[in-house]
Design a protein around this ligand. Structure first.
Ligand code: IMP
Ligand code: MG
Length: 337
């Protein structure tokens, strides 16, 4: 039995979706449950030549035997959820905790219409900030109050506990990244909730003593979308010249690109209680590493980068992603136990 949390160590978009999909295929969890803020997050999962962007359904959907849950801390936009369930053909496998907060059209209008949120902070305009504000004011609806969600309702913490008691594996998937945590990020340029591993456990109603592993995902070249400080940011001309260009899954805004930030990595690993790190984008450190699936086949340049990153993080690097596709990965978790 094991309960693993996967979170982002920088500013989001570290490649958690891909790492979750790989771990799901490999560990065969019976439940994959999503924590985090809500549909402001976009996860990209590439299987073969098909690319999926998900905002509500857990990125572990590619592993067909798992129940896909949304924990009670998460905000649900019923329209986004329904659209994804149909697009991915996952009806019958998706469950929403009955206590999830609901995003209404009014929340979206307030998010997009607020100069503070939309312009100064650079929010995603998905309604999450206003919906969390209403939740704190105790005036927002919950999932159980929305007829169109009736077929999805579940007591997610109980379902997870039942699986853990049966000795099964459960994956708790975080969204966003450490740097945009409301508590520990670059306030006020942050999202509307904490994004650290403890929050992801709380979002799913899983007590801290039941967590076995916390995998923190870092990308070799961190990115940030929206406003706010980014100490290792590179001039666009430099990242363009390196062939690094990224666009947001939700807003399609161009992501800002930066160099590896060892200090942030260490602090993030500390607060997340990292037990194992994952590094994505090694193919950007050295193009010759694209698609490599064995550590021994990485180039010296890549290995040197990983050694420095591991020293910074202060935790073993157990997973190395070498490209966007789900099988382009080196998984050393077994060898390390
Ligand atoms: P909000 O969460 O939509 O209110 O946006 C607040 C800030 O967090 C903005 O800078 C967003 O770009 C950023 N943000 C929110 N969710 C994500 C995410 O999943 N990945 C990256 N940035 C995000
Ligand atoms: Mg994303």
């Amino acid at each position: 039995m094991s309960c693993t949390i996967i979170v982002g160590g920088f500013f989001g978009d570290e490649g958690k979706g891909k790492v979750v999909a790989h771990i799901a295929n490999k560990d065969k969890p019976t439940i994959i449950s999503r924590g985090g803020v809500g549909p402001n997050a976009g996860h990209t999962v590439q299987v073969g030549t098909r690319e999926y962007g998900v905002r509500m359904v857990p990125s572990g959907f590619v592993f067909r035997d798992a129940k896909l849950c949304i924990g009670s801390g998460v905000l649900v936009d019923p329209r986004v959820l329904k659209h994804e369930v149909e697009m991915l053909g996952v009806k019958g496998r998706v469950f929403v905790d009955k206590r999830c907060g609901i995003i209404t059209e009014d929340h979206i209008a307030r998010d997009k219409g607020s100069d503070h949120l939309a312009k100064k902070i650079g929010s995603t305009g998905s309604g999450c900030g206003p919906a969390n504000a209403d939740r704190v004011m105790r005036i927002s609806p919950q999932a159980k109050d929305v007829p169109e969600l009736a077929e999805y309702l579940l007591d997610v913490p109980k379902a997870i506990d039942d699986e853990l008691k049966k000795g099964k594996s459960v994956l708790l998937e975080g969204t966003q990244g450490f740097g945009i945590s409301l508590y520990y990020g670059t306030y006020p340029f942050v999202t509307s909730k904490d994004t650290s591993a403890s929050q992801i456990a709380a979002d799913n109603g899983v007590g801290p003593t039941k967590i076995d592993d916390v995998i923190v995902v870092f990308k070799a070249y961190p990115t940030r979308v929206g406003e706010g400080p980014f100490s290792t940011e590179m001039p666009t001309a430099e990242s363009d010249a390196m062939g690094i260009q990224e666009f947001g899954t939700v807003t399609h805004r161009k992501r800002r690109i930066g160099e590896w930030d060892g200090e942030m990595a260490r602090y993030s690993a500390m607060i997340n209680g990292c037990t194992q790190a994952a590094i994505t984008g090694i193919d950007r450190v050295d193009k010759a590493c694209l698609g490599v699936t064995e550590y021994g086949r990485l180039t010296r340049k890549a290995k040197e980068f990983l050694k420095c990153a591991e020293d910074d993080i202060g935790c073993p690097i157990a997973i190395i992603s070498t490209g966007p596709e789900v099988t382009q990965i080196i998984d050393m978790r077994k060898e390390m136990v």
